[in-house]
Design a protein around this ligand. Sequence first.
Ligand SMILES: Nc1ncnc2c1ncn2[C@@H]1O[C@H](COP(=O)(O)OP(=O)(O)OP(=O)(O)O)[C@@H](O)[C@H]1O
Length: 580
Amino acid sequence: MATAAWPAIFAALVAHLITILPAAAVSGSHSGAGADVLPVLSGIAFVLVAQEVTRAAYEVVRWELYRRYEEHLVGRVIRAALGASTLDVFERPDLAAKTDRAVRVAGLEPGDLVDGLTMKWPLQAQGIAAAVLVGTVSLPAAAILSLVWILVGNRLQANMRRSDQFTWEDSVHAASYTHRIGLRPEWAKEVRIFALVGWLSDRYGRQTARILTQLADARKVGQRPLAVLLTLIVVANAVVVALAIRAALNGNLGVGAVLLLLQGMLGMSLLADQTGDDLIEYGASRVPVVLELEHLVANQSATATPCGTGGASGRPRESIVFEDVTFGYPGAGKVIFDRLNLEIRAGTSLGIVGLNGAGKTTLIKLLTGLEVPQSGRILVDGTDLREIDQESWRKSVAAIFQDFVRYEMSARDNIGLGAVEQLGTADIDQEIERSATRAGASSLLGGLRHGLDTTLSSRLEDGVDLSGGQWQRVALARALMAVQGGARVLVLDEPTAQLDVRAEADIYNNFLELTAGLTSVVISHRFSTIRRSSRIIVLDGGQVVEDGSHEQLLAAGEVYARMFRKQALRFTSSTRGGNR
Ligand SMILES: Nc1ncnc2c1ncn2[C@@H]1O[C@H](COP(=O)(O)OP(=O)(O)OP(=O)(O)O)[C@@H](O)[C@H]1O
């Protein structure tokens, strides 16, 4: 506010100076009028210095508020999204769009709200100070001009809101997605190989043109009333200026007063200034989106999420049992498991095979508590998973999914995140190296320029990128880190899909050692991987259709045997072909 007041005080002092200067010039500096000049000049100098000091202080406060507000809002989105223990907020069609929007919105500089507020009020204060200046010369002029400027301001605000709503429209989202396809480094190969550049830029151009048309249509609505108000502004200002000139010519108004009036009239346009409102609207519009997400997550947690308190440490000691489990992804309209029954004995290794879409990954999501059955129970040593504390259960389960994360972080973090509480402890590097050795990644780590400190991303300075198979070993090492940290269940979803034959053999020659004492579940389309499991099930149509050891299933000659032979045949014929 102080920053805003200085220009008005400055204008008043200059106007006063102009009024007294002629008298001072005539009578000399020793007269009364001359002596008046000095305090006014000192006042002007003070105002100039004070203006700079308050401007600097204002910038510091503004940035601090901006940062805090942004951190607060982004933090709330992250807490809300991560606070949901199941994946519903990302996967359920009705929630996913809202989560996506809140995450996008939080990334769009919510701190603009602070910028808007810190800009709006000083500008408004300058407008009010200007109106007061005008009021000292003519109260009716100040009242009429204030009214018209405020109406113009409101109209501009309404127009701006109409335009701003497009920020959230699906059409804007779709255009920005198209734009990102072309710019994402991880998609750069495919975009070029399929020669998508021209298609993408055409699509982006069409989508942008559609948005601009929508925007222009929305803006048109408010243009006529605005034009009327602006005409009123011009007329009102012209009338006041004409009246002021007439009063000056009649000797009823001094030069200083006329200057003060003109200065004030110029400043009053700030009453309609919308720059601040624009940013406030932009920044504040994030708040309801974030509140909505928090509300959704709270509702969803209250209705769907298991919220048990039982500990899971050391479990399972006996078994994990799927008892009449029925599950379908909410909103997808399809049942994946219909009264599925399956017992996994603790300390054994289970292999799961099935065609694409049979539900293998879904089964793992249910086992890990990332999804919750619509009916039936999952029992861990006889206790319903819903009664077990989710965090505690997740510490008991180490899992790598097919789409494991490639963290753009150091090799140490990439592996150590499997047992995050151990990161930073004295012997973490030895633990990491132990997991890496078991996952067949020790020579890979040995070859890194900065050892465990090497960043695994070629996009960051001094970083390196890994091949698909090397990444897979790092992910496996991360899961084994979790095992070293106390996990009792090891879930590997396609753990060897990107490994070469030798690397796969290396890992599976040590499979018994890797899984010793653990309950392990391995999903794979590779029979060379799956056959190592002591027990194998075949999933089909949401049911276990075959169950037994590799040998038993081969002997049964049913689905498993057919799938195995097909793969073996393909492998032998391609090997023969390769040898020819
Ligand atoms: N988040 C989701 N929302 C809706 N449907 C889903 C979701 N995830 C998977 N599905 C559907 O559930 C079914 C089972 O998928 P799942 O990923 O469990 O199969 P899978 O056996 O692991 O397949 P694959 O061998 O291809 O990895 C599929 O029909 C799939 O389309």
